[in-house]
Design a binder for this molecule. Structure first.
Ligand code: SIN
Length: 284
């Protein structure tokens, strides 16, 4: 169904949980009008994670859809599909035991300009399992005490691609589903521990267990207790929403205000996703 108009769109956006996430029903992304996309963008900024079911997309139309949300950028540690380098194929095969993205994170925060959003299009799912959980980092920030907020507002987090590199290599580069790009260097970047969203103006926690290795200017002994507290705090259940996948499900999430974790509970079964990241700004 093609859908336009604010009131109709609003009636099709159903929240997934109290904190973040919404499912948008009755939308065919491949044929949606520009006016429909404008409404979707508003819903995206409000809900941070949007879920669309039953989308029929090939690589070209998926990329075309992504371009209407932003500018696709290639993933630094893997080659994309032939002719469409911006699409990374994420596969966990039945014989594999570890998965991609199985630790809480916001995507590639070790880059100077991390992606504003990521899109995942589901091609194959296990019979059950392989869900993705999202956590609202606005709520995580807002739930902190005022003194803790003040401390964090003065800190910069150091992100490193090296922190979860071993897990990545073990899972994907070995299968041939994600090829090394020759970019063997560890990437690091320094970003505010609390960032102001460039479009909503709201403050969000911007550290994550997968990539944040410390705070600029602090010793490990000083930063570790703070990081450990934040890594527990920022994924509290009341900040989360869980997405169950089916072939044809497409999800877009906001990396500036949320983080996510791919649940690894489906050994012996296959899961395949097509992933696109959209260019973002330097966090401030
Ligand atoms: C990712 O972290 O980008 C992948 C998440 C997933 O496969 O559910």
């Amino acid at each position: 169904m093609i859908m336009d108009g604010m009131s109709e769109m609003a009636s099709r956006v159903r929240p997934l949980a109290g904190a973040l996430g919404a499912e948008v029903t009755g939308v065919d992304l491949a044929t949606l009008s520009d006016a429909g996309f404008t409404e979707l963008t508003k819903a995206f900024l409000e809900h941070q994670v949007l879920v669309f079911r039953d989308q029929t997309l090939d690589a070209a139309s998926y990329l075309e859809t992504a371009r209407r949300f932003g500018s696709p950028v290639a993933y630094p540690f893997a080659e994309g599909v032939a002719d469409h380098p911006e699409i990374t194929v994420i596969i966990k095969e039945p014989h594999q035991t570890s998965n991609f993205g199985g630790m809480w994170h916001s995507d590639t925060t070790y880059k100077p300009e991390p992606p504003k959003a990521t899109m995942l299009y589901c091609r194959e799912t296990p019979e059950a399992g392989g869900d993705t959980v999202f956590a609202c980092q606005y709520r995580a920030f807002e739930a902190l005490s005022e003194p803790m907020k003040k401390i964090l507002m003065g800190l910069n987090g150091v992100s490193s691609s090296g922190k979860n590199a071993a897990a990545l290599r073990g899972t994907h580069l070995a299968t041939g589903t994600m090829q090394g790009t020759g970019c063997a260097d560890v990437m690091t970047a320094v970003h505010p521990a609390v960032r102001r969203h460039p479009e909503t103006g709201r403050c969000a926690l911007y550290v994550n267990p997968s990539h944040t290795v410390g705070f600029e200017g602090m010793t490990d002994a000083e930063s570790t207790p703070i990081r450990e507290f934040l890594f527990q705090h920022q994924i509290r259940l009341e900040f989360t929403a869980r997405v169950r996948w089916a072939p044809g499900t497409l999800v877009i999430w906001d990396n500036r205000s949320s983080q996510h974790c791919a649940i690894n509970d489906y050994d012996g079964q296959r899961r395949e996703m097509w992933r696109i990241t959209l260019a973002g700004d330097p966090p401030v």
